[in-house]
Design a protein around this ligand. Sequence first.
Ligand code: COA
Length: 194
Amino acid sequence: MAFFRTVSFAEPLPAIAGDGIALRMPQMTDYAEWADLREASREYLTPWEPTWPADDLTRGAFRRRLKRYIEDQRADLAYAFLVFRSSDNAMVGGLTLANMRRGVAQAGSLGYWMGARFARQGYMTAALRALIPFAIETLRLHRLEAACIPANAASIRLLEKTGFRREGYAREYLCINGTWQDHLLYARLKDDAL
Ligand SMILES: CC(C)(COP(=O)(O)OP(=O)(O)OC[C@H]1O[C@@H](n2cnc3c(N)ncnc32)[C@H](O)[C@@H]1OP(=O)(O)O)[C@@H](O)C(=O)NCCC(=O)NCCS
């Protein structure tokens, strides 16, 4: 029955093209560029993310990360993408659709980050606009969720301009930068207009 569908991709997904950007699954050859971008963006990103493990930027940790991404994708649990600028193929950030819930929920949760030097140039707006049809049409999700700290003006604006609506407030929802922090809850339904 289509409503209870689980989607399974044994093979790597094709890239998803958007307006000036493309999304594709991370691969081992991305390691050096990914580690450079994350290191250069450490100060910019760490207030908004779970604490980075001490070895997070090592090649070994990246290899383990990729292994988990492949397993999660095969099991239809999560889909991880890196975002590339189409003009020069520069890696600009990352976007993950995780916590996939099938059955009567057909929902998933978004997480995203932009490299500091690429921020505020519209890249994550374009990336989300490319991911939404993939999530709804290919993965057949009914509901996309995202949560952000009330002080995160960039994330709030990003979600509101891509058709997400604020639905609630969850106390100490996620442990971000070492502290359990309250979050605003947002969602975009399959038939919500942009
Ligand atoms: C949230 C984030 C991914 C947005 O990526 P981005 O590529 O910079 O976003 P865009 O350029 O597409 O901008 C989206 C909107 O947010 C606004 N915006 C971006 N940075 C902003 C900031 N620092 N303050 C206020 N608004 C901001 C943009 O102006 C744009 O709105 P507009 O079109 O009305 O001008 C990026 O800011 C980031 O990585 N932040 C740190 C990590 C983080 O917050 N992760 C998410 C945790 S929930």
